[in-house]
Design a protein around this ligand. Structure first.
Ligand SMILES: *Cc1c(COP(=O)(O)O)cnc(C)c1O
Length: 393
């Protein structure tokens, strides 16, 4: 018989030859500060569980209670019978938390970008996008069939150059940026972007996946951090990172929600979030609204870790958030560093091309409120030992 899948075999062979074929590590327990990874106990510096809420007792209990009341699944898309009261409750709570008029929930952050961008712009419109925007934004832009222009990362002069050149040729123009850039931990220059959007009559779209639960008062996000409420048209957040569960949302004016409920394809053609996830998320958001304990601990840990890593002589880039890249450069050396850390009990994933530009390989340390000072001290000691062995410091 003819092997029709031969082309995939060839492609996988290529991956192996290039040294980029990977076997997924297996976590045998919950996402915590210390995890049982491939049956080895290691300090976990690789999760987006910024506040430790994924394993929080109150959050887990809320998930169980939601299952008891609403069951395991919602039974259909939201436009038929999948729109449970608990989901409406979550959206109202999130709108209050984000200090915006309305919130529309999606099944994930990726799904939200793919659904929202394609619903709000069309063929004949223009999207202007930061060159380091997340992959899910890039996919959403493609699906929208709008024209796309890219500006150099956080370069406001370049953004204005694009606006001067192209704005006049289009009706609707949407400027899209990450709120926090996930590989470097730097913030978008939102005040300047909002100014330029006003000057050139554009809409603004901020994907705040890594800012939600991290920046602003009690983790209200980048827009709150810059005090720009009411001035960004579409604020995207995830419920899967700091909030600790799963899902994505758009915070916006009410009219945006009305439109998304009619045109966002993930809401029309994919089943709504399950009750367990919704119940857990409601509890996480309530906990953030009650106290700044979790965000304070996160920032305290991040500062502690960064200061010590910098003093050891590591190049930790220009992050302004708990994301702490340890710059290495060479791709093979980055992967070697990551492997050696793991062998010594610390899991930090190596990030290399094509996720980041060639020659800018790094280890991305994700600091969380769930880490104890002992966890961080241990990780720092291992970094020092391996860093010296590999002549990185
Ligand atoms: C992680 C991330 C997403 C995807 O969020 P999920 O909820 O995991 O699907 C989208 N945008 C950005 C900027 C992200 O960092």
């Amino acid at each position: 018989m003819k092997n029709n899948l031969k082309y995939l075999e060839n492609q996988v062979e290529e991956l192996k030859k290039d040294g980029v074929y990977r076997i997924l590590p297996i976590n045998y327990g919950p996402c915590a500060n210390v995890i049982d990874l491939n049956h080895k106990e290691v300090v976990n510096l690789s999760s987006n569980n910024y506040l430790g809420l994924a394993g929080n007792k109150r959050v887990k209990k809320a998930a169980i209670n939601a299952v008891k009341k609403f069951g395991a699944g919602t039974g259909s898309v939201r436009t038929i019978v999948g729109n449970m009261s608990i989901l409406e409750e979550l959206e109202d709570l999130l709108a209050e938390f984000k200090r915006e008029e309305a919130v529309t929930c999606f099944q994930s952050g990726l799904n939200c970008n793919i659904g929202a961008i394609q619903a709000i712009v069309n063929k004949g419109d223009l999207i202007i996008s930061d060159e380091l925007n997340h992959a899910s934004i890039i996919d959403g832009v493609r699906l929208s069939r709008a024209d796309k222009a890219v500006y150099k990362h956080s370069d406001m002069e370049d953004l204005e150059r694009v606006l001067k050149e192209k704005r006049k040729d289009y009706n609707t123009c949407l400027i899209i940026t990450d709120g926090v850039f996930s590989m470097d931990g730097d913030l978008a220059k939102l005040p300047e972007i909002v100014e330029l959007a006003k000057k050139y009559d554009c809409l603004t779209y901020v994907d705040d996946a890594h800012g939600s639960g991290v920046l602003g008062e009690s983790g209200r996000g980048t827009v709150d951090h810059f005090k720009l409420h009411g001035q960004v048209d579409f604020i995207i957040g995830t419920l899967s990172k700091a909030i600790g569960v799963i899902g994505g949302y758009v915070a916006s004016k009410k009219i945006v929600k009305e439109w998304l409920l009619h045109r966002a394809r993930p809401l029309l053609f994919s089943t709504a979030l399950p009750p367990a996830a919704i119940g857990a998320t409601i509890e996480s958001v309530k906990m953030l609204m009650e106290s700044e304990e979790y965000t304070d601990k996160l920032w305290d840990n991040a500062k502690y870790f960064k200061e010590r890593m910098k003093n050891l002589g590591f190049d930790i880039g220009h992050s302004e958030t708990p994301i702490t890249p340890v710059m290495v450069g060479n791709e093979a050396k980055t992967m070697e560093f990551s492997k050696a850390l793991l062998a010594n009990g610390v899991f930090v994933s190596g990030i290399v091309f094509p996720t980041v530009p060639k020659g800018t390989g790094r280890l991305r340390c994700m600091i969380s409120a769930m880490h104890t000072k002992d966890d961080l001290d241990f990780a720092i000691k291992v970094f020092e030992k391996v860093g010296k062995e590999l002549k990185i410091i």
